[in-house]
Design a binder for this molecule. Structure first.
Ligand code: KG4
Ligand code: ZN
Length: 343
């Protein structure tokens, strides 16, 4: 998509197109990430400093500690990103950074750093919505073009989105309580898996029996989701063993089957009812083996299916740079404020 943005000091118009080189920072949660991407699809550098080790001992992300770690990591992440790409700030077309949703103290670190880079080097600044960035991870190394249906499944969000064009998208369904990633992490903690539980639960599920324990699928709006009842059902199941050894693998597999089946059914319904032939997976939970398997099975029915490579599923800055290049973004004002939630 061709758009024009102005440089910050000299106010000169700059065209953002398939040749543009975007440097981006992402710091919305527990990863300090930098990237440089050409034309929204070709990654020249991708650097991620993860804080998992720090938060592991607390069993979850502590926002204040996360913000401090971003502050400690951000300068070396920026240096490493330029080094990896073999480029200098002058070579970049524009700078982009995540504005929200996310943890406010964390977002402030990356966003202020990237705004400063844009100001110092007199380049355009492009503010990015983290959820649109997750969807954009699907443009990396592919020929994907809208229109398509996106299933966005992350630690904080679960949505079905109609992406009609590079400038228009509509959320047609979402969770009314827990996000999928949140449900994974809570169930993982319940059965004693360390943070972040989602990927670990996924691993154990692959060696368990998905039919061992039938679990409830919530009855909510056509494209909406609810996972709090499922979480309670797993809690009751775990309690029913009354201290006896838990069949952990079977519990994981049964939970994973219930979640993936629910997501699959609703996405399929959206594709059929709304007449789409392409579907993309997005967000950290797009790394899940069974959700990927079920959605990729749609290829046998003639659908085109996309999911980001594993390293672009969870938080990274390549998806932010891609989003800055390809989607029309409305957060470009240098005075834009970070935000924690949508709406
Ligand atoms: O998108 P993301 O990196 O951060 C947010 O924007 O929320 O997603 C992180 C979430 C966590 O809840 C993590 O447990 C989950 O994605 N996750 C997984 C898997 N890999 C990451 N959940 C299930 N299966 C996986 N393989
Ligand atoms: Zn994310």
């Amino acid at each position: 998509m061709n758009t024009t943005k102005n440089t910050l000091f000299s106010n000169k118009p700059v065209t953002i197109d398939e040749n543009s080189i975007i440097m981006a920072l992402e710091s919305s949660c527990d990863e300090t990430a930098g990237a440089i991407v050409r034309g929204g699809r070709e990654v020249l550098a991708n650097v991620v400093a993860s804080q998992i080790k720090t938060h592991e001992i607390y069993g979850g992300v502590i926002p204040e500690i996360a913000a401090r770690e971003h502050l400690e990591a951000v300068n070396s992440v920026i240096d490493e990103t330029f080094k990896q790409a073999g480029l200098k700030p002058e070579d970049v077309t524009a700078f982009a950074g995540t504005v929200g949703p996310g943890l406010v103290g964390c977002l402030l670190v990356g966003l202020n750093a990237v705004k400063t880079l844009a100001l110092v080097h007199d380049k355009p600044f492009i503010g990015i919505n983290h959820l649109n960035a997750h969807i954009s991870a699907n443009f990396i190394d592919t020929d994907l073009e809208p229109p398509f249906i996106a299933l966005l499944v992350s630690g904080g969000h679960t949505q079905i989105i109609e992406v009609k064009s590079y400038s228009e998208m509509e959320i047609i369904g979402e969770t009314i309580d827990d996000a999928v990633g949140e449900a994974y992490d809570k169930v993982a903690r319940l059965i004693g898996l360390p943070y972040p539980g989602g990927p670990k639960l996924d691993k154990l599920a692959q060696i368990g029996n998905p039919k061992a324990f039938p679990l409830p699928q919530a009855k909510v709006g056509e494209y909406d989701f609810s996972f709090s009842g499922l979480k309670t059902a797993v809690f009751r199941l775990v309690k029913s063993f009354d201290g006896k050894e838990l069949p952990v693998n079977d519990i994981c597999a049964s939970f994973q089957e219930c979640v993936s089946e629910t997501l699959f059914k609703k996405v399929k319904k959206a594709l059929v009812n709304r007449g789409y032939k392409t579907v993309v997976l997005a967000g950290g939970v797009a790394a899940n083996s069974e959700i990927r398997r079920k959605i990729f099975n749609l290829q046998e029915e003639g659908y085109k299916v996309y999911a980001p490579a594993m390293k672009y599923c969870t938080d990274n800055a390549s998806m932010v740079a891609s989003c800055a290049c390809l989607f029309e973004n409305s957060l470009d004002d240098i005075n834009v404020e970070v935000f924690s939630r949508v709406g």
